[in-house]
Design a protein around this ligand. Sequence first.
Ligand code: GDP
Ligand code: MG
Length: 162
Amino acid sequence: MLQEKEVHAAEMERSFIAIKPDGVQRGLIAEIISRFERKGFKLVAIKIVIPTKDFAQKHYHDLKERPFFNGLCDFLSSGPVVAMVWEGEGVIKYGRKLIGATDPQKSEPGTIRGDLAVVVGRNIIHGSDGPETAKDEINLWFKPEELTNYSSNAEKWIYGLN
Ligand code: GDP
Ligand code: MG
């Protein structure tokens, strides 16, 4: 039988979350990080980078047929991006909930895009949309040695483990 701790470890997942150039320029880094942190998710990697256009095209490769693809990649590479990996139970799906709908006009109040953004082309944050994309995006943005493994004292209070 699995011990409670092993079950807990099996449920942990990681998501790639990025504050786009508009979020950085608008001074929303701390606000956005704070929403993930207060929820109880754990920051395991972070850096600030200006991606090249080629890199932006790799990141958004699944959208290359869309009419806004070129503008989107120009925008992502137009300034610093805060690239992060957040860890926690359900962080991929729930991270998307914290972020809100792609179009801020449709994002619920209380979500990051709902509270802090107005138009789809400037929606301030990216979050992986599933386990496969999370893995691919983490590998694209981070080297394995940039990802930390640590336990925090808060975890036993967040997850109720001894
Ligand atoms: P996300 O996963 O919620 O970020 O949405 P998508 O993966 O569908 O799209 C990636 C990004 O492309 C979005 O966050 C927007 O910045 C941008 N985007 C999506 N749809 C549109 C659109 O219709 N027009 C424009 N200008 N940008 C869009
Ligand atoms: Mg997406």
